[in-house]
Ligand binder design. Structure first.
Ligand code: RP5
Length: 172
Protein backbone atom coordinates (compact mmCIF):
# COMPACT_ATOMS: atom_id res chain seq x y z
CA UNK A 1 0.00 0.00 0.00
CA UNK A 2 1.24 3.54 -0.79
CA UNK A 3 2.30 5.57 2.23
CA UNK A 4 0.13 8.63 2.88
CA UNK A 5 1.58 12.04 1.94
CA UNK A 6 -1.24 14.07 3.47
CA UNK A 7 -2.68 13.72 6.96
CA UNK A 8 -6.21 15.06 7.35
CA UNK A 9 -7.29 15.78 10.92
CA UNK A 10 -10.78 16.72 12.07
CA UNK A 11 -11.78 17.93 15.50
CA UNK A 12 -14.96 15.84 15.38
CA UNK A 13 -16.88 13.33 13.26
CA UNK A 14 -19.40 16.10 12.77
CA UNK A 15 -16.83 17.97 10.62
CA UNK A 16 -16.69 15.19 8.03
CA UNK A 17 -19.49 16.46 5.80
CA UNK A 18 -17.61 19.73 5.23
CA UNK A 19 -14.21 18.06 4.81
CA UNK A 20 -15.44 15.46 2.29
CA UNK A 21 -15.09 17.70 -0.83
CA UNK A 22 -11.35 17.93 -0.10
CA UNK A 23 -11.07 14.18 0.33
CA UNK A 24 -12.75 13.76 -3.07
CA UNK A 25 -10.11 16.01 -4.66
CA UNK A 26 -7.27 13.92 -3.18
CA UNK A 27 -9.00 10.78 -4.48
CA UNK A 28 -9.37 12.38 -7.92
CA UNK A 29 -5.70 13.44 -7.99
CA UNK A 30 -4.67 10.02 -6.64
CA UNK A 31 -2.77 11.52 -3.73
CA UNK A 32 -2.38 9.06 -0.82
CA UNK A 33 -3.81 10.40 2.44
CA UNK A 34 -5.10 9.31 5.83
CA UNK A 35 -7.94 10.74 7.88
CA UNK A 36 -8.08 10.92 11.69
CA UNK A 37 -10.51 12.44 14.17
CA UNK A 38 -8.35 14.13 16.80
CA UNK A 39 -9.25 17.14 18.89
CA UNK A 40 -6.96 19.85 20.22
CA UNK A 41 -9.24 20.24 23.25
CA UNK A 42 -10.62 16.73 23.81
CA UNK A 43 -7.57 14.61 22.91
CA UNK A 44 -4.58 17.00 23.07
CA UNK A 45 -2.10 14.25 23.86
CA UNK A 46 -3.14 12.20 20.81
CA UNK A 47 -2.77 15.29 18.60
CA UNK A 48 0.71 15.86 19.97
CA UNK A 49 1.76 12.25 19.36
CA UNK A 50 0.30 12.18 15.84
CA UNK A 51 1.94 15.44 14.77
CA UNK A 52 5.31 14.65 16.33
CA UNK A 53 5.48 11.37 14.38
CA UNK A 54 4.04 12.71 11.13
CA UNK A 55 7.24 13.71 9.29
CA UNK A 56 9.01 10.48 10.30
CA UNK A 57 6.08 8.49 8.89
CA UNK A 58 6.49 10.21 5.50
CA UNK A 59 3.66 12.73 5.72
CA UNK A 60 4.48 15.97 3.89
CA UNK A 61 1.48 18.13 4.78
CA UNK A 62 -1.18 18.17 7.48
CA UNK A 63 -4.66 19.52 6.82
CA UNK A 64 -6.52 20.35 10.04
CA UNK A 65 -10.25 21.10 10.14
CA UNK A 66 -12.00 22.33 13.26
CA UNK A 67 -14.91 24.49 14.32
CA UNK A 68 -15.65 27.00 17.05
CA UNK A 69 -12.62 27.87 19.17
CA UNK A 70 -10.70 26.05 16.45
CA UNK A 71 -7.30 25.43 17.95
CA UNK A 72 -6.46 22.23 16.02
CA UNK A 73 -4.45 23.68 13.11
CA UNK A 74 -2.52 25.97 15.44
CA UNK A 75 -1.83 23.14 17.87
CA UNK A 76 -0.42 21.13 14.95
CA UNK A 77 1.72 24.05 13.73
CA UNK A 78 3.17 24.35 17.23
CA UNK A 79 4.54 20.79 17.11
CA UNK A 80 6.05 20.36 13.63
CA UNK A 81 7.79 22.16 10.80
CA UNK A 82 5.59 20.42 8.21
CA UNK A 83 3.25 22.85 6.44
CA UNK A 84 -0.18 23.03 8.10
CA UNK A 85 -3.31 23.93 6.17
CA UNK A 86 -6.30 24.99 8.25
CA UNK A 87 -9.96 24.56 7.34
CA UNK A 88 -12.30 26.66 9.51
CA UNK A 89 -15.49 24.62 9.91
CA UNK A 90 -18.80 26.47 9.49
CA UNK A 91 -20.63 26.60 12.82
CA UNK A 92 -24.30 27.09 13.71
CA UNK A 93 -23.77 29.90 16.19
CA UNK A 94 -21.36 32.19 14.32
CA UNK A 95 -21.39 30.70 10.81
CA UNK A 96 -17.69 29.80 11.08
CA UNK A 97 -16.39 33.29 11.75
CA UNK A 98 -15.29 31.94 15.13
CA UNK A 99 -13.41 29.08 13.45
CA UNK A 100 -11.90 31.37 10.83
CA UNK A 101 -10.49 33.84 13.33
CA UNK A 102 -9.15 31.15 15.65
CA UNK A 103 -7.48 29.35 12.73
CA UNK A 104 -6.07 32.34 10.86
CA UNK A 105 -4.89 34.56 13.70
CA UNK A 106 -1.68 32.74 14.52
CA UNK A 107 1.16 34.63 16.15
CA UNK A 108 4.08 35.61 13.92
CA UNK A 109 6.45 32.69 13.37
CA UNK A 110 3.86 29.90 13.55
CA UNK A 111 1.98 29.95 10.23
CA UNK A 112 -1.22 28.12 9.37
CA UNK A 113 -2.26 28.39 5.71
CA UNK A 114 -5.91 29.15 6.38
CA UNK A 115 -8.51 28.42 3.73
CA UNK A 116 -12.10 29.62 3.28
CA UNK A 117 -14.82 28.54 5.73
CA UNK A 118 -16.45 25.15 5.20
CA UNK A 119 -16.67 22.95 2.11
CA UNK A 120 -14.98 25.45 -0.26
CA UNK A 121 -12.11 25.68 2.19
CA UNK A 122 -11.81 21.89 2.29
CA UNK A 123 -11.67 21.74 -1.50
CA UNK A 124 -9.07 24.49 -1.62
CA UNK A 125 -7.04 22.86 1.16
CA UNK A 126 -6.73 19.72 -0.94
CA UNK A 127 -5.83 21.64 -4.11
CA UNK A 128 -3.31 23.74 -2.20
CA UNK A 129 -1.76 20.58 -0.74
CA UNK A 130 -1.45 19.18 -4.27
CA UNK A 131 0.17 22.42 -5.45
CA UNK A 132 2.79 22.16 -2.71
CA UNK A 133 3.33 18.42 -3.29
CA UNK A 134 3.46 19.09 -7.04
CA UNK A 135 6.77 20.94 -6.66
CA UNK A 136 8.53 17.64 -5.92
CA UNK A 137 6.02 15.16 -7.37
CA UNK A 138 5.70 15.90 -11.10
CA UNK A 139 2.62 13.69 -11.60
CA UNK A 140 0.67 15.56 -8.89
CA UNK A 141 1.81 18.93 -10.29
CA UNK A 142 0.54 17.93 -13.73
CA UNK A 143 -2.86 16.98 -12.23
CA UNK A 144 -3.15 20.50 -10.80
CA UNK A 145 -2.25 22.02 -14.19
CA UNK A 146 -4.94 19.87 -15.87
CA UNK A 147 -7.49 20.73 -13.17
CA UNK A 148 -6.93 24.47 -13.60
CA UNK A 149 -7.24 24.10 -17.37
CA UNK A 150 -10.60 22.35 -16.92
CA UNK A 151 -11.73 25.22 -14.65
CA UNK A 152 -10.75 27.76 -17.32
CA UNK A 153 -12.55 25.76 -20.02
CA UNK A 154 -15.74 25.73 -17.93
CA UNK A 155 -15.64 29.52 -17.62
CA UNK A 156 -15.08 29.96 -21.35
CA UNK A 157 -18.09 27.82 -22.22
CA UNK A 158 -20.26 29.75 -19.77
CA UNK A 159 -19.13 33.22 -20.85
CA UNK A 160 -21.63 36.06 -20.86
CA UNK A 161 -22.74 37.92 -22.84
CA UNK A 162 -22.93 35.12 -25.33
CA UNK A 163 -21.57 36.07 -28.78
CA UNK A 164 -24.99 35.03 -30.11
CA UNK A 165 -26.85 37.67 -28.12
CA UNK A 166 -27.12 41.08 -29.79
CA UNK A 167 -27.08 44.13 -27.56
CA UNK A 168 -29.99 46.49 -28.05
CA UNK A 169 -30.48 49.89 -26.59
CA UNK A 170 -33.48 49.92 -24.31
CA UNK A 171 -35.87 52.85 -24.67
CA UNK A 172 -38.31 53.99 -22.01
C1 RP5 B 1 -14.63 21.23 17.31
O1 RP5 B 1 -15.86 21.37 17.94
C2 RP5 B 1 -14.87 20.29 16.19
O2 RP5 B 1 -13.93 20.50 15.17
C3 RP5 B 1 -16.27 20.59 15.72
O3 RP5 B 1 -16.30 21.47 14.62
C4 RP5 B 1 -16.86 21.30 16.94
C5 RP5 B 1 -18.09 20.62 17.47
O4 RP5 B 1 -17.80 19.26 17.74
P1 RP5 B 1 -18.96 18.24 18.13
O5 RP5 B 1 -19.57 18.78 19.40
O6 RP5 B 1 -19.94 18.18 16.98
O7 RP5 B 1 -18.26 16.92 18.34
O8 RP5 B 1 -13.65 20.75 18.18
Amino acid sequence: MTKPLVGILMGSDSDYVQVEPGIKILDEFKVPYEVRVLSAHRTPELVRRYVRRAAGRGLKIIIAAAGGAAHLAGACAAQTSLPIIGIPIETKTLKGLDSLLSTVQMPGGVPVATMAIGASGAKNAAIFACQVLGIAHKAIGQKVVNYKKRLADQIKTHSYPSPNIRHRKTSR
